[in-house]
Design a binder for this molecule. Structure first.
Ligand code: PRX
Length: 667
């Protein structure tokens, strides 16, 4: 049995339960299940009143809203639609004049270990100056701005400064390619790119600005007027006159200008667009609104992480992903937390870096992805020197997991070796589209079961249904849905409202229920949710979402070589899933060294088209792909081949059965 099927099995029979102990419940914001249930009850009995109360208590409005939820244009729901606010003011200005103003907002640890700290007051000054600089470059409320930045204080400043002037940011992960960047610039119609000359990761200096140049050079980026360049390193960069300006120059132009007043925007004003993979070749621009998103970012910091004033919070996600938006750039600041921002990678200069940093900064809440945990388990098992036991982890209070299912083995290791059997683990299920956590344990309330994200947060009406939208009983696997809207939900797909409706609100279910795209099952005893994985053509590799169609399009765009390609996922012990590509070449099936060379070329091609994270781990060549007589590729067979399983499915509709054996062979 493969280790992954063992994992699935162990989740199914998981009987271990870890109730929160006194340390976790005492003084918790939501203490004990009765408190959790009371909040759920409040939401059920007075949905509107529940959200109204929370939005008034947790957000500062420059113009109070009078309408909470407007469902008249469902599924284009509107929240707090006539209210006005500014997201940056809610993260920074609101702390001024309170004890938080002199508190450290960010502890930045650079790739080389250098540490810089910045208080809330100083962060406000820096954001304000940069916001003035953006305005001086002609960037206005409603404009879209691409942020292609390393994990730095400046990355957070760039996002906050956009929010401050009412510009909509679209952050592109620093590992994405020039082509991916170009597509996003065009789709968003961005007027500017904020980038850095280089990024530092794992002791290496990697270009960013040069990739922006390459992306724009691919053509079509006619809306771009300015490229702002943060000089992260001393290395020179090539300037395009009339378009490029360094941070230093842009800031010098506005020197002496006072505080940039936060621009009030409507609650529904798009705070950001974040591109993510779906089941077609084209990434979706997930659009989030200012008011509802900010409310949930702040509130989930308080609820899921039970944030307290003395906490040191560390979310290891990059700002290029939704986790880095909600739990680095907005949530911790809105909640007044001290947080760690880390530029580097977990394995440099050694695989004990995370644990060393927990000790050094006395981190109390640590939030990371199962992939990172699994790879650090491997490292610790093969090298005593990087085992977490070498560091003092006693400051830790709460642990979190995000991005993919955490297998019980990894959960138990995390619990024992990092949490010392003392820290609750919050396995937070959510998505780019949900804006923040939706199904998660509460550290001071929920009894934990390894491998389960347990129960929905109050106000989130999650359920498991069949294809017609009918509720399924506990124990029956089905599709995860959220039956009522919630404030931080996706508002639309930028430029594509039809795709928004089709992707998330299927007609067969009535057109108003949010379909998450994941399969799930609830446990018979507690009704706990367990996510069984995507039900669409989306893969989850190291917690990163990748569309199989996107990778297929990249492969077939190598038109001189590739005739046809099909991509599926297969389980992987470290990355959760791995990309497996089946390729038909125009010149026929290669073998031996030639096949190896072509596979390497194709991997590099995908890295160039999308980014290194999308590189197929396995590439198999065939004379053809398994197809039905009507020409449809039989992906379920390819999935079995990728896993190395014997084919037990019915292959009678297959046009060319012999192909299965060929594709099963390595070269
Ligand atoms: O399949 C689910 C998985 O990640 C998907 C969302 O990916 P993305 O939009 O990139 O956001 C990742 C960070 C929130 C989901 O559809 N996923 C996320 N968290 C979990 C998870 N699967 C199981 N357990 C989780 N805790």
């Amino acid at each position: 049995m493969s280790s992954t099927s063992k994992n699935i099995e162990s989740v199914l029979v998981e009987t271990r339960v870890f109730p929160p102990d006194n340390r976790a419940t005492q003084g918790a914001r939501i203490s004990g299940m009765a408190a959790y249930e009371a909040l759920c009850k409040e939401a059920e009995t007075d949905f509107d009143g529940f959200w109204t109360r929370l939005a008034r208590e947790n957000v500062q409005w420059t113009k109070p809203f009078t309408r909470t939820l407007d469902e008249s244009k469902a599924p284009f729901y509107q929240w707090f639609g006539d209210g006005e606010l500014n997201a940056s003011a809610n993260c920074l200005d609101k702390h001024i004049g309170t004890p938080t103003e002199d508190k450290t907002a960010i502890i930045f640890e650079a790739d080389d270990g250098a540490v810089t700290k910045i208080t809330y007051k100083d962060l406000l000054t820096r954001v304000s100056q940069f916001a003035n600089a953006l305005k001086a470059q002609g960037i206005q409320k409603g404009d879209r701005v691409i942020v292609y930045m390393p994990m730095t204080i400046e990355g957070v400043i760039a996002m906050q400064a956009c929010a401050r002037i009412g510009a909509t940011h679209s952050v592109v992960f620093g590992g994405f390619s020039a082509k991916a960047l170009q597509e996003r610039i065009i789709d968003a119609g961005a007027v500017a790119v904020i980038t850095a000359n280089y990024q530092l990761r794992g002791g290496k200096e990697l270009p960013l600005k040069a990739i922006v140049d390459d992306g724009i050079a691919l053509g079509g980026c006619t809306t771009i007027k300015t490229v702002l360049v943060y000089e992260r390193t001393l290395t020179d960069w090539k300037r395009v006159e009339g378009r490029d300006i360094s941070f230093t120059e842009a800031l010098a132009e506005v020197e002496g200008q006072g505080l940039c007043p936060p621009e009030p925007v409507n609650a529904e004003h798009p705070l950001f667009i974040l591109y993510t993979s779906g089941s077609t070749g084209k990434p979706k621009g997930v659009q989030h609104a200012t008011g509802g998103y900010l409310l949930w970012a702040k509130l989930t910091m308080d609820w899921t992480f039970d944030l307290r004033p003395e906490d040191v919070f560390w979310c290891t996600a990059d700002i290029g992903w939704i986790t880095g938006h909600t739990y680095v750039a907005y949530g911790p600041l809105a909640a007044g937390a001290t947080q760690v921002v880390f530029e580097g990678i977990p394995t440099y200069p050694h695989a004990g870096r995370f644990w060393q940093m927990v000790e050094k900064h006395r981190v109390t809440i640590f939030y990371t992805a199962p992939t990172a945990i699994r790879s650090l388990i491997k490292a610790a098992e093969s090298d005593e020197k990087v085992h977490p036991k070498n560091w003092d982890l006693s400051s830790l209070r709460i642990l979190g997991s995000v991005g993919e299912p955490i297998n019980p083995e990894a959960w138990m290791w995390y619990h024992r070796n990092i949490g010392h059997e003392r820290c609750p683990i919050v396995d937070t299920f959510w998505q780019t589209e949900t804006g923040g956590h939706v199904i998660t344990p509460l550290p001071g309330a929920t009894p934990l079961v390894p491998g389960s994200c347990t129960l929905p947060l109050p106000g989130i009406m999650a359920a498991i249904v069949d294809e017609t939208g009918k509720d399924l009983p506990n124990g029956a696997g089905g599709m995860l849905v959220i039956k009522r809207p919630w404030p931080s939900m996706i508002r639309t797909i930028w430029n594509d409202p039809e795709r928004f409706k089709k992707s998330y609100f299927p007609e067969e279910m009535g057109g108003t229920i949010y379909l998450a795209g994941d399969g799930a099952v609830r446990s018979a005893d507690r009704g706990y949710f367990r996510i069984t994985g995507r039900i669409d053509d989306v893969l989850n590799v190291s917690g990163h979402r990748l569309g199989t169609m996107e990778i297929e399009s990249a492969l077939v765009s190598k038109t001189d070589l590739v005739a046809e390609a099909a991509v599926v996922g297969r389980p992987d012990d470290v990355t959760g899933e791995a990309v497996c590509a089946f390729v038909v070449l125009k010149r026929g099936r290669p073998s031996g060294d030639e096949a190896k060379q072509i596979a390497t070329d194709l991997r590099n091609w995908v890295a160039k088209e999308i980014g290194p994270i999308a590189k197929p781990k396995d590439i198999r060549f065939g004379d053809n792909l398994p197809k039905t007589r009507s020409g449809k590729i039989m992906r379920r067979l390819l999935r079995s081949i990728a896993k190395g399983e014997a084919i037990t499915q019915d292959t009678s509709t297959l046009e060319n059965p012999a192909i299965l054996e060929q594709l099963g062979q390595a070269y």
